[in-house]
Design a protein around this ligand. Structure first.
Ligand SMILES: Cc1cc2nc3c(=O)[nH]c(=O)nc-3n(C[C@H](O)[C@H](O)[C@H](O)COP(=O)(O)OP(=O)(O)OC[C@H]3O[C@@H](n4cnc5c(N)ncnc54)[C@H](O)[C@@H]3O)c2cc1C
Length: 381
């Protein structure tokens, strides 16, 4: 394992960090708790493409930049540090990019180019009101009728749902729990509808319910035949989970920087609070947790780049990274005393933004079950 980043990686991260601070941070402040409109979000994502953020992961063969997993992690970290909301939208474009090779050949011209140019935004629809951790309970139905599938059902918690021009939809094609699940490309023009969900945080980006009522989609839009969709989606999730960990840790690192500054500025009992042992030790623990989380994520990402088995590293990085990130942001808030819970300081926003990461991309409980199963071979779901 070598965690020396290349000169190229350092350069791109450096210029992205400057861009994020100068351009994204003001947008993040302007839209705090307000949904960034679709056109604006598309424009932001297009600028980010210059750095490879999002669909930079798409192979050169398909016309993309072919960026490796470690670089994608570094890029997402920098964006999340100033705007977790914008980073989530680019994470979803990354996930869409990972699945682009599965788009049927006759549709590639219609989708691949526009996605790589940032002209079309996509989303990935797995979860439903009745199917969260248990993905095999998916009940959104695709029924063959002539040359079309007719789709009925509902998806829940779909990131970028409101922004989406198309959805990669996990649907049920027959009653076999896993064998019945396939992936189909549904365009907004086919007639699905979306409603945005108000949340405790991350409201500057879209998390949506997606509704399908007798939506007719050409049968030739099938991306992954029934029975093989879960494998394709799990491969995609394995590569994005360590990045989800890193995004949460980016919020934690930003909160740590705030806490360090505050602890030097705030005086109680005749000295800066940083000079009180409990605060000093807290800062030490916070820095160590962030560092440990980052190492685990980059370990998982480098396993992906080296073609090693990475699902267990990925699950570990996701739960550990997001869990310690929540702890660190909570401690940063504590160090801020009463000021930590006011809107005048960014900590309360970070606190509300980091928490959903323990749930998204498979809850932390589910990650632990996957890790445990890898040790015993016994399924405990
Ligand atoms: C911000 C955000 C963005 C998201 N984006 C997307 C997206 O783009 N696309 C998408 O398809 N989904 C998305 N999701 C959905 C996410 O993947 C689900 O929320 C997650 O899988 C959990 O499902 P659930 O919310 O239905 O919780 P449930 O599955 O109902 O779980 C409730 C609780 O029970 C626990 N639990 C469940 N089963 C077990 C078990 N067997 N053993 C122990 N504990 C268990 C869970 O860990 C959790 O604590 C997103 C969610 C969030 C919060």
């Amino acid at each position: 394992m070598d965690f020396q980043f290349t000169e190229e990686q350092k350069m791109i991260v450096d210029s992205l960090a400057k861009y994020a601070q100068n351009e994204l941070e003001p947008i993040s402040k302007e839209y705090r708790d307000l949904l960034i409109p679709k056109d604006k979000m598309r424009e932001i994502q297009q600028y980010l493409l210059d750095f490879g953020v999002g669909v930079g992961v798409v192979s050169e063969e398909l016309g993309g930049m072919g960026l490796d997993a470690v670089t994608m992690g570094l890029l997402q970290f920098e964006v999340a540090k100033v705007s977790p909301d914008i980073a989530i939208t680019s994470l979803i474009q990354m996930a869409v990019g990972k699945l682009l090779p599965l788009v049927p050949d006759h549709l590639k011209e219609q989708y691949v180019g526009p996605v790589l140019a940032g002209e079309k935004l996509g989303c990935v629809g797995m979860s439903e009101p009745g199917a969260g951790s248990q993905v095999t309970a998916v009940n959104c139905r695709a029924k063959l009728d002539g040359d079309d599938y007719v789709i009925n059902g509902e998806k829940m918690w779909i990131s970028s749902g409101d922004y989406s021009d198309f959805i990669f939809l996990l649907a049920r094609f027959n009653d076999d729990p896993v064998g019945g699940l396939g992936l189909i490309l549904v365009d907004r023009e086919h007639g699905y509808e979306t409603t945005n969900i108000e949340k405790m945080g991350l409201n500057s980006q879209s998390t949506a319910q997606v509704f399908f009522q007798d939506v007719r989609v050409p049968a030739s839009n099938l991306m992954v035949e029934p029975g093989k969709a879960m494998k394709a989606l799990l491969t995609m999730l394995t590569s994005s989970r360590p990045i989800v960990g890193l995004m949460a840790l980016a919020i934690a690192e930003a909160s740590l920087e705030q806490a360090v500054q505050y602890s030097k500025d705030r005086t109680q009992f005749g000295k800066p609070i940083a000079g009180h042992q409990l605060i000093c030790a807290k800062l030490g623990e916070m820095a160590t947790k962030v560092q440990a989380g980052k190492l685990m994520s980059f370990r998982a990402l480098s396993a992906i780049d080296n073609g090693e088995r990475s699902d267990v590293h990925s699950a570990m990085a996701k739960w550990f990274g997001t869990e310690v990130a929540c702890e660190v942001v909570g401690e940063a808030m504590q160090i801020h005393g009463g000021n930590g819970i006011t809107k005048e300081f960014p900590i309360e926003y970070m606190y509300r933004s980091v928490r959903p990461f323990m749930v998204t991309e498979g809850t932390n409980e589910i990650q632990k079950l996957a890790i445990g199963r890898s040790l015993t071979g016994i399924d405990a779901y």
